[in-house]
Structure formats: structure tokens, C-alpha cells
Design a protein around this ligand. Structure first.
Ligand code: BES
Ligand code: MN
Length: 460
């Protein structure tokens, strides 16, 4: 049955690509208020395309910020399983000045790739899901019922999604949750994620004198807030790379030997990707853990940005009144964002010298998650990747975060699969983000096989 859908994908490949470019040209940046209307426009575009694809029931759902696009196709009947497919259509900000070679919102096709903000994270995933569903629906129907849920707030930490999922259990009811976001470690070797880290984003502000001062008049008598901030930051890690916040590791669940062995299998690919994409002079971090373990199973504390004083052209002999840093922690099971924030806040209070005042504010959070790789729903995905790639996918634990995942796990209690189709070296969140078209088409084809596999393993 799904062979016709795969044929349809081939016949309509050009149109799919043009539509993908259309979506990419809408700057649906969820982190900036000024792009609110663009997010709305992207949502409407997707809703219309879902209708064209043959979804019976398509709605824009108000979650207080950018709408969720929700489409249902229940044509497989009550005895077939229902899959809830999650993706996000919002993107991170992008400007030419960040180092883009072409306008981030005017997609350019070059050497089998499309360059645009959102190309890899995550409009390619959204469109692969939508076009796979269209292909199936338009060629006699999918083997399973499909609910598509495309969020518009993921890049701004999904603040309202927890409440939305709780209030909409009925509507989201399904047999399997398919999350489609993220990317793979290699261009030739597929992988399937079974873990995501959580994240807690914070802002640290250090105040000294009541305002900026003349550094000649007061230098040497006032504790410079940038210096104090640097002194605080320098105490957040031990020299061995581990985090120095007391209790930080208390709830960390360490993988057993079987899991470590499994993680080692994907290690050469992850190391190769690190060399190509991170390309730092040398690895850094906790020596007792290999690169895959450090990315997927260990928590971190990062300084994302630091600001204060004067750093423009020329010179200003100023003693700044305050300094700020953005700090985030990646979390692993069984850590929790609130507790991590409180521990860091208390530690910073303790190490802040009496010469300045420090305040740590909690900005946004997402909890860590792992899924059961033995679940039939996951094994069906392994088969689908094998069929399309001709290779068995490695299981990997991802370093990134998708906040809604734990809400869906907790509220729906259904098996979950973490799909991704693209390559990690495609500059998600960075300049010249792109996607490989061959991998994108493979993604659609994987879904047509996946639904067939699922239908054989699970009933509705
Ligand atoms: N697509 C990523 C999440 C991701 C990254 C999953 C790598 C798997 C591998 C997502 O769009 C993202 O960037 N999430 C943010 C969440 C944050 C804003 C709360 C992240 O991880 O920083
Ligand atoms: Mn992202």
C-alpha cells in the first residue's frame, strides 16, 4: 500500500521542495515579539497545506503565544493505531551580520542543500512529516491514524506547553508519540535518539556602585562588577571540568555497563562529527567519560554570554556599575531544573564577596528525558531506518533539549520515538544553516515504512 506513497514522493519531489522553500521564507522567529505576525503566517501556511494534503480536521490552537497547528486524519479506522507526530515550525533569530552568505529567509539551493534559517531546525522535519502524510493520504490512505501537532514556541522554551498538554489529553490521545526534531551524527550512518538533556536557563547580575564611575576617580576602591562576576564564574567549575556547585550531581543517574557499551558503539561517528563540526583545538571536559557520554549522559554548566562596561570602538576609562552573564545548565535524568537553579543560586550567594550584590534569575526550563528502546514502537523505527538506509541505526543520547517531551510522556503515558532525518553539521542556530535534500527525502520515505511497521506491531 505504501509503495504508491513512495512513488508519489518521487513524482512530487520538485513541488515538495518548492513548498519547503516557501515555508522557509517566512521568518517565524518565536523569540522576538516583532516576528509574532510571521509565526502566525507560518502557522496558517501549514494549516492550509494540511488541508490540501487531506487532513480532515485542521485547527490553529491558541496556547497564549504562537499557535499550535493541529491536524487529524483518522481514516485508518478505530482498530488501527494512532500516531501523534510532534514538530516545531518556529526558528531562532538570524541576521546577515551573524555571518550568513545569503539572506537567511530567502532560501538558496546549492550542491544538493538548501540554505535558510530553520532548514535543519526544524522546518525540514515538519515538512518531511507533512509530506509523508500527504503522500499516504493521497494514494489510498495511511496504515495508521495520524495527528500532526506543530508547535510555534519550542525555541522560546515552550512555556505554555505543559498546561496545554495537560488540558488537551483527549485531543492528543494516541498509541505512539513520534517526536521529530534534532539531527544525526553522520551523513552515511543513521542514528536514533533515545535520550534528550534538559535545560535550565538563567541570568546572573552583579551590581557594584550605583552607576558607571570614572575609573580614575574610583578605581582601586570599588570592586569592579565585571571582575567580581569573573571571580564568581571562575568558581563554578573544578579544574577537572566538573561543576563545582554543591549537590549538582546528586541525582545524576549513571548508565550501567550495558548502556555504556551501547554508547561506545556510536562513539567513532560522534567523535568524527565533533572534529568536523565543533573543530576546537582539543577536547575538554570530564576525563572519566567519553565524548558521547559527556554529551548525552552528563550535565553541564555553560556561560552563554557576558556583558558589562564598555567594549565598543575606541576607549572609555569606565568602572562599570554592573555586569551580567547568561548561564545555562544541561540536565540529565534524574536531575530537575528547579532544584538545579536553587542549588546554583544558593552557591552563588555563598561565594559572592560582600563588596558586590549578585542576583540569579530563572529564565526558562526543560526537563531531561529518556525513552525505552525496547518498545515495539521504537523497534518499528529501527526497521524503517534499516529499510531506507540499508544500515541499522545506532542508538544515541542527544545533548539538546525539547521541553514538551516530558509533558507528553507524563500526561499521555504512551511509547515515544525520537525521529530525526538531517545531519548535525548543518549549523542549527548558527549562520548558513542548511539541510541536505537527499536526507530530507529519505526522512519522508522512512515515515511511510514506519507507519507500515507500526501497523503490524500495534493495534489501536
Ligand atoms: N532541535 C533542538 C533540540 C535538539 C537539539 C534535539 C539537538 C536533539 C538534538 C531544539 O530546537 C532546540 O534547540 N531546543 C533548545 C531548547 C531551549 C530553547 C529550551 C535547546 O536545546 O537549546
Ligand atoms: Mn532549536
Amino acid at each position: 500500500m505504501s509503495a504508491a506513497a513512495r512513488n508519489y514522493i518521487q513524482i512530487h519531489a520538485e513541488r515538495f521542495k518548492e513548498q519547503f522553500k516557501e515555508l522557509l521564507s517566512i521568518p517565524s522567529v518565536s523569540t522576538l515579539e516583532s516576528h509574532r505576525a510571521d509565526c502566525e503566517r507560518a502557522a496558517i501556511w501549514l494549516a492550509e497545506d494540511m488541508r490540501r494534503a487531506g487532513f480532515h480536521k485542521v485547527d490553529l490552537l491558541d496556547v497564549g503565544w504562537h499557535p499550535i497547528v493541529f491536524g487529524e486524519w483518522m481514516g485508518a479506522g478505530p482498530n488501527a493505531p494512532t500516531v501523534l507526530v510532534y514538530g516545531h515550525y518556529d526558528v531562532q533569530p538570524a541576521e546577515m551580520a551573524d555571518g550568513w552568505h545569503t539572506d537567511p529567509f530567502q532560501p538558496v539551493e546549492r550542491d544538493g542543500k538548501i540554505y535558510a534559517r530553520g532548514a535543519i531546525d526544524s522546518k525540514s522535519n515538519v515538512m518531511a512529516q507533512l509530506k509523508a502524510a500527504e503522500a499516504l493520504i493521497q494514494t489510498g490512505g495511511a496504515p495508521v491514524n495520524i495527528k500532526l501537532m506543530f508547535e510555534g514556541d519550542e525555541e522560546s522554551a515552550s512555556g505554555n506547553m505543559s498546561a496545554f498538554v495537560k488540558a488537551n489529553r483527549e485531543r492528543l490521545n494516541c498509541d505512539v508519540v513520534a517526536i521529530c526534531d534534532g539531527s544525526m551524527a553522520d551523513r552515511e550512518q543513521p542514528d536514533l535518539a533515545y535520550g534528550l538533556r534538559g535545560v535550565v536557563c538563567m541570568e546572573l547580575e552583579v551590581h557594584g556602585p550605583k552607576q558607571d564611575l570614572h575609573s580614575g576617580h574610583y578605581g582601586g576602591t570599588v570592586h569592579n562588577p565585571i571582575q567580581a562576576l569573573a571571580e564568581i564564574i571562575a568558581q563554578l567549575h573544578h579544574p577537572d571540568g566538573s561543576v563545582a556547585v554543591p549537590g549538582f550531581y546528586d541525582e545524576v543517574r549513571t548508565p550501567d555497563e550495558t548502556e555504556r557499551e551501547q554508547l561506545r558503539r556510536a562513539l567513532p561517528w560522534i567523535e568524527a562529527e565533533w572534529r568536523e563540526v565543533a573543530a576546537a583545538p582539543q577536547q575538554w571536559g570530564e576525563a572519566a567519560y567519553n565524548l558521547h557520554e559527556r554529551i548525552g549522559t552528563r550535565p553541564t554548566l555553560e556561560i552563554n554570554g557576558i556583558a558589562g562596561g564598555f567594549a565598543g570602538d575606541g576607549f572609555k576609562t569606565v568602572l562599570p556599575g554592573k555586569a551580567r552573564a547568561k548561564i545555562s545548565c544541561r540536565l540529565v535524568p534524574d536531575q530537575n531544573s528547579q532544584r538545579t537553579y536553587e542549588r546554583l543560586r544558593d552557591y552563588i550567594q555563598k561565594i559572592t564577596p560582600p563588596t558586590v550584590k549578585a542576583e540569579l534569575r530563572l529564565i526558562e526550563t526543560g526537563e531531561p528525558a529518556v525513552i525505552d528502546t525496547n518498545a515495539p514502537a521504537v523497534q518499528a523505527a529501527v526497521r524503517a531506518y534499516e529499510t531506507v538506509w540499508g544500515k541499522t541505526p545506532f542508538f544515541v543520547r542527544e545533548g539538546g533539549s525539547i521541553p514538551v517531551v516530558v509533558d507528553l510522556q507524563r500526561e499521555l503515558g504512551k511509547p515515544m520515538v525520537l525521529f530525526s532525518f538531517g545531519y548535525k553539521g548543518c549549523a542549527a542556530h548558527g549562520p548558513n544553516e542548511h539541510v541536505y535534500l537527499d536526507m530530507w527525502y529519505k526522512g519522508m520515505t522512512i515515515m511511510t515504512h514506519y507507519y507500515e511497521e507500526l501497523k503490524q506491531r500495534i493495534t489501536g
